[in-house]
Every structure is written in structure tokens, then in C-alpha cells.
Design a binder for this molecule. Structure first.
Ligand code: CP
Ligand code: NVA
Length: 316
């Protein structure tokens, strides 16, 4: 078995969902499927021996850190965890300088931070691919995993309708970008004052989504119901106000009953039972949150492989 070399590769970043075409995602999903199967059978696949991923975190994480770190090891490479708490980034070293230095020592970089402009500046100054591991605006790795998970459970998401209940946050914006690329519809239900801003979401038109004041109407007849925390990281000062504003927006059994009988429930996690979702829904039979979380690792392995090696040609 051999793979093509990265030396001829064009530098590519994954900063928002629409950075990739549908055809590229379909290739990544095909690879993720194969990579997952090999992993489950304890078959060694080490195409990234001697390659290193730097992971820069300016916000907390369980899944993102673990999935990238374990994933790199499983591909034969290494991952280095860098926190802004104990690197010079946290003491004011410019992002541009940090990007220049870090990208001379590693092969690929993942960043989780607040402002989306930070990952953009990082990418502009990097010699190697940069992956967005979540910003205030977008969470593309999570939605890539969610669409792969839907595909595993139900087949293509094209032509389906999903309901987003809650805050029009980084997850919601990324779902909307995905809807444009994969041709599905999003019913969005947010409290008043938290509606979608299409320009901020980075979508080209508003045909991919429809807004509903009443969440029960938004979930009517949909194929998938999904939500997220009421207060995202970085917005903690608004927690108490948000608890009041979002009080009618808990995805519960009554809401799930309005969706199709075989509708699925997704949540990127971490979840707050009793706030954005009831325990009976997240721990119930329609919930696929654990599959979603696990698939972060498999799709990200395929993503890193693609960014470093391009489309691999596996020879028997
Ligand atoms: N869903 C997600 O990104 O989880 P972490 O915050 O634990 O990385
Ligand atoms: N919207 C959440 C997602 C956490 C994975 C946040 O940004 O905190």
C-alpha cells in the first residue's frame, strides 16, 4: 500500500464549512468510513508517520482535543497540545508571529479560539494547513461529523429537513452553510432577539432555512432535531439572561413527537439536561449523540489525511 506525496500539495485550510465543496466532503466521508472500519478491526494505518499536529486551545475542550490527539496517534503521527494559558500567545505575542513560528515546526495546526479573525490571520501566516476547531462563528469539524453520522444512520441528508432549536450560534451558522452545500432545509427556532443573521452565518441566500417563532412548529415533520447550549463559551456573562430568554426552548418529548416517527436527535455536547434538552430525549432511543461524538475522530482523521496527503490512492 502506498500513498501519494504531500510535496506537490496545494496549501488548503478548513476554517469554515464552505471552504470545501460537496465533492470534497463526499470523498472525506468515504475515507472516514474506511478509516473507521480499519480502526474497529485493529488494523494499523500509519500514513502520517513523522507528521505533527499542533493543537492551540483558547477555550476548553474534551471531544475536540481527544479526537484530534488520538486520531493523529492512530495515523502514526503526533499531536502537541498548546494552551494560550501557558504559551506566549497568552502574553500578547502577535498571532501572525506565532503562526509563522509554529508552522515551521509542525505539519498541520488546529485552533480553537474566540474571534474567527484569529484563525483567518493564523492561516494567512501559516506555511501549513490550519483547521478551525471552533470559533465564536463556526464549528465546521462538528458539522462534518454530524452529516457523516446522519449518512451512517439514514443515508444522504440531501432533500431532508432538520430543525435547529435554540441559539443562532456557531453550530447553527455552520448547519446553514452545510444546508447550502448538501441541499437540505433547516427550520430554525430561536427566541426573539436571537434570530439568524445570514451575513454573519456566511450563507449566500436565505433559501436554505426558514424561521419559526414557535419551536413546536419548527420541528413539525422534520427528519432530525438538533440543539446546543443556550450559552456558548465566551458568553458566560449572559447566562442568567439567556436562561430566561430560552425557557420555552427545551427539546423535550413533546417536541420530538411533532417530528417524523423515525426522526433523530443530535447535540454536539456538552449538554445541559433540563435546559436545552430533556434527559428523556438525549438519553432516549432517537438520540445519536454518542455516535456523533465518536465520529469526530473518524472524520477528522480523514480530514487531516486529505489536507496533508490529498486524495490518497490506495494500492492493494
Ligand atoms: N463538541 C465539541 O466540540 O466538544 P468539546 O467542546 O468537548 O471539544
Ligand atoms: N456552541 C458551543 C459549542 C460547544 C462545542 C460553544 O461554542 O460553546
Amino acid at each position: 500500500m502506498s500513498v501519494n506525496t504531500y510535496k506537490t500539495m496545494q496549501l488548503k485550510h478548513f476554517l469554515q464549512f464552505k471552504d470545501f465543496s460537496r465533492e470534497e466532503f463526499e470523498y472525506i466521508f468515504e475515507r472516514a468510513c474506511w478509516i473507521k472500519k480499519e480502526f474497529k478491526q485493529y488494523r494499523r494505518y500509519w500514513p502520517l508517520a513523522d507528521r505533527t499536529l499542533a493543537m492551540i486551545f483558547d477555550k476548553n475542550s474534551t471531544r475536540t482535543r481527544l479526537s484530534f490527539e488520538a486520531g493523529m496517534q492512530q495515523l502514526g503521527g503526533a499531536a502537541i497540545y498548546l494552551s494560550t494559558k501557558d504559551t506566549q500567545l497568552g502574553r500578547g505575542e502577535p498571532v501572525d508571529d506565532s503562526a509563522r513560528v509554529i508552522s515551521r515546526m509542525v505539519d498541520i495546526i488546529m485552533i480553537r479560539t474566540h474571534g474567527h479573525d484569529i484563525v483567518q490571520r493564523f492561516a494567512e501566516n501559516s506555511r501549513v494547513p490550519v483547521i478551525n476547531g471552533l470559533t465564536d462563528k463556526y464549528h465546521p469539524c462538528q458539522i462534518m461529523s454530524d452529516i457523516f453520522t446522519y449518512l451512517e444512520q439514514r443515508g444522504s441528508i440531501a432533500g431532508k429537513t432538520i430543525a435547529w432549536v435554540g441559539d443562532s450560534n456557531n453550530m447553527c451558522s455552520t448547519w446553514l452553510q452545510a444546508a447550502e452545500i448538501f441541499d437540505f432545509k433547516v427550520h430554525v427556532s430561536t427566541p426573539q432577539g436571537y434570530e439568524v443573521n445570514p451575513a454573519l452565518a456566511g450563507i449566500t441566500n436565505d433559501e436554505c432555512y426558514k424561521e419559526f417563532a414557535d419551536p413546536l412548529k419548527a420541528v413539525g415533520g422534520v427528519d432530525l432535531v438538533t440543539t446546543d447550549v443556550w450559552t456558548s463559551m465566551g458568553f458566560e456573562a449572559e447566562t442568567e439572561r439567556r436562561k430566561k430568554d430560552f425557557s420555552g426552548f427545551c427539546v423535550n418529548a413533546e417536541m420530538m413527537a411533532c417530528a417524523k416517527d423515525d426522526a433523530l436527535f443530535m447535540h454536539c455536547l456538552p449538554a445541559h439536561r433540563g435546559e436545552e434538552v430533556s434527559a428523556e430525549v438525549i438519553d432516549g432511543p432517537q438520540s445519536i449523540v454518542w455516535e456523533e461524538a465518536e465520529n469526530r475522530m473518524h472524520v477528522q482523521k480523514a480530514l487531516v489525511e486529505y489536507l496533508l496527503l490529498g486524495k490518497v490512492k490506495i494500492e492493494a
